[in-house]
Design a protein around this ligand. Structure first.
Ligand code: FES
Ligand SMILES: [Fe+2]
Length: 438
C-alpha cells in the first residue's frame, strides 16, 4: 500500500504505480481523478499518436470532420489536392473557433469575428483591410492555421502533437497484423458505414480502453442475456478459449475469442471470405479462421471489436466491426465515438445487415453497449470516492501464463483468452508516458 498515491498528490506516487503494475496491482484512483486527468492531457495525449478519422469519412475534396487531440479541437479536411490536413480549429488573429460543425464540406473557412479566410488546408488567404490596416506588416504565409503532424495506416488517420514522436509504423509496432483483421476485410479494405454515434458518458476513458483490449472475463456475466438467449456464438463453458495478444512496450492489445467448432469466417458472405484468404497473409488467415470475437485497443484510446451477432437465437448471424474512440473530457467523463466498419467490396445487403447488427449490439443504444456503460459508470463513480484513494485492484490473472510458442501472430501471446496480460501491458505503457519515460 505504500507505493500508491495519497492525498499529498498523484505526481509523487506515479513511480510506485508503475512498480505495482509489474507486480499485478493498479490503483482504483486512476480511473477517476482530476490530477491524473490533468497529467494525462500533457504526457499521454500530447505525445502519443491519437486517432483522428477514417479516411472514408472524408472521401471527397473539401470534406471535413472536427476531432480532438487532448483538448485541442482540430479540423481534419481533404484539400483540393486530395491530401488530408489536420489544423487547429483556432483563428490565428484572436483565436476564434473557425469551424463550428462536426462535419461538412468547405473549400475555405471564414472567421466569424473579423473575417480572416483560410483554405481548408490551413493557408491564410484573406485578411480584411490588409492594406489600410496592416500596411504590409502581415505576411499571410506566416499566419496559417497551426498544423498537426499526421500519418495513416490502412485508412486510419492518426495525429500527434509531438514532433519527436516515432513514425506511426514504429508506434504500432507489429499490431498492424491484428488491425488488418478489421481493416482489410476484402481486397479494397474497409470503410465507415455512416457517421459515428457520438455521445458523452460518465465513465473514464481508461475503463473502456482496458475493456476493449480484451476483457473476455466480463462477457458471460455483463452480457449474459446474449449467452442465455443464444444470440452469441459462445457459452460459459468454452468462453475462456482463445488468446490474449499484446505488443510489449507499446501498450496495444487484443483478445481473440475462440469457439470450438465455429466454422472459419462464419458470418461473412462466402465471396468476401474468399477475398480475405488473399488479402491477408497465411498467418493472418490462420488467426482469423480460428477467431470468433476480436476485441482490441490501440494505445491510448482507439478500440475495435469484431463479433458475430444474430437476432435469431442459435444462428451465427452476421459478423460486424465497430471502431470506437474514447475522448477524455474530464476525470470520469468521456466523449464516445462509435463507428460501424464494413468491407468496401461487400454487397449493400451485407453492409445493411452488418450495420443492423452493430446498431442492436454496440451503437449508442445497443444492448451490449448499455450493459458495459451501466457497469463502467459505476466503476467510475466508485473510483472517485475518498476511500478508493487507498484501494488497489488485482491484475494478477494469467501472471504465470507462458507465451504460446506456436501462435502465428506477433507480440506476447498467451492463452486462455480470459487473462490480465494485455491490461498489465496497457497500464505499463500508460505509466511510461505518465512518468515521462516517453
Ligand atoms: S478572431 Fe478570427 S479574424 Fe479575428
Ligand atoms: Fe462488454
Amino acid at each position: 500500500m505504500a507505493t500508491q498515491p495519497t492525498g499529498t498528490g498523484v505526481e509523487a506516487g506515479l513511480e510506485g504505480i508503475r512498480d505495482g503494475i509489474a507486480e499485478g496491482r493498479f490503483p482504483a484512483r486512476v480511473f477517476n481523478d482530476q490530477e491524473i486527468f490533468d497529467i494525462e492531457q500533457h504526457r499521454v495525449f500530447s505525445k502519443a499518436w491519437c486517432f483522428l478519422a477514417h479516411e472514408s469519412e472524408i472521401p471527397n475534396r473539401g470534406d471535413y470532420v472536427t476531432r480532438y487531440i487532448a483538448n485541442n479541437n482540430l479540423i481534419v479536411a481533404r484539400a483540393e489536392s486530395g491530401e488530408i490536413h489536420a489544423s487547429l480549429n483556432m483563428c490565428r488573429h484572436r483565436g476564434n473557433m473557425m469551424c463550428k460543425s462536426e462535419m461538412g464540406n468547405a473549400s475555405h473557412f471564414r472567421c466569424s469575428y473579423h473575417g480572416w479566410v483560410y483554405k481548408n488546408s490551413g493557408e491564410l488567404v484573406g485578411v480584411p483591410y490588409m492594406k489600410e490596416g496592416y500596411g504590409g506588416r502581415i505576411d499571410k504565409r506566416d499566419w496559417g492555421l497551426v498544423k498537426v503532424r499526421t500519418d495513416t495506416y490502412a485508412g486510419l488517420l492518426f495525429g500527434t502533437l509531438d514532433p519527436d514522436a516515432p513514425p506511426l509504423d514504429e508506434y504500432l509496432g507489429g499490431f498492424q497484423f491484428y488491425l488488418d483483421l478489421y481493416l482489410k476485410q476484402g481486397s479494397s479494405g474497409s470503410e465507415v458505414h455512416g457517421p459515428p454515434d457520438h455521445w458523452v458518458t460518465e465513465t473514464d476513458w481508461k475503463i473502456a480502453a482496458e475493456n476493449f483490449s480484451g476483457d473476455g472475463y466480463h462477457t458471460p456475466v455483463a452480457h449474459q442475456f446474449g449467452f442465455n438467449l443464444g444470440y452469441f456464438a459462445s457459452s460459459g463453458s468454452t468462453h475462456g478459449q482463445g488468446w490474449a495478444a499484446s505488443i510489449p512496450g507499446k501498450g496495444h492489445g487484443i483478445g481473440l475469442g475462440h469457439t470450438p467448432g465455429f466454422p472459419p469466417f462464419a458470418g461473412f458472405p462466402e465471396e468476401l471470405a474468399e477475398e480475405m484468404r488473399h488479402s491477408l497473409s497465411p498467418q493472418q488467415v490462420e488467426v482469423f479462421s480460428q477467431t470468433r470475437t476480436a476485441v482490441g485497443t490501440v494505445f491510448p484510446n482507439l478500440s475495435f471489436l469484431m463479433q458475430p451477432f444474430s437476432v435469431i437465437p442459435g444462428q451465427t448471424g452476421v459478423r460486424f466491426v465497430t471502431m470506437r474512440l474514447y475522448h477524455p473530457i474530464g476525470p470520469g467523463k468521456t466523449e464516445m465515438y462509435s463507428w460501424c466498419l464494413v468491407p468496401k467490396d461487400a454487397s449493400e445487403e451485407y453492409k445493411r445487415e452488418a450495420y443492423r447488427a452493430y446498431t442492436l449490439a454496440f451503437a449508442q443504444a445497443g444492448t451490449f453497449e448499455q450493459d458495459d456503460l451501466e457497469n463502467w459508470a459505476r466503476v467510475t463513480r466508485s473510483a472517485g470516492s475518498t476511500m478508493a484513494r487507498n484501494i488497489e485492484f488485482p491484475y494478477v490473472m494469467g501472471m504465470e501464463s507462458p507465451r504460446d510458442p506456436d501462435f502465428p501472430g506477433p507480440g506476447h501471446v498467451v492463452t486462455p483468452y480470459v487473462n490480465d496480460s494485455n491490461f498489465r501491458n496497457l497500464w505499463s505503457r500508460w505509466s511510461d508516458y505518465m512518468t515521462g519515460r516517453v
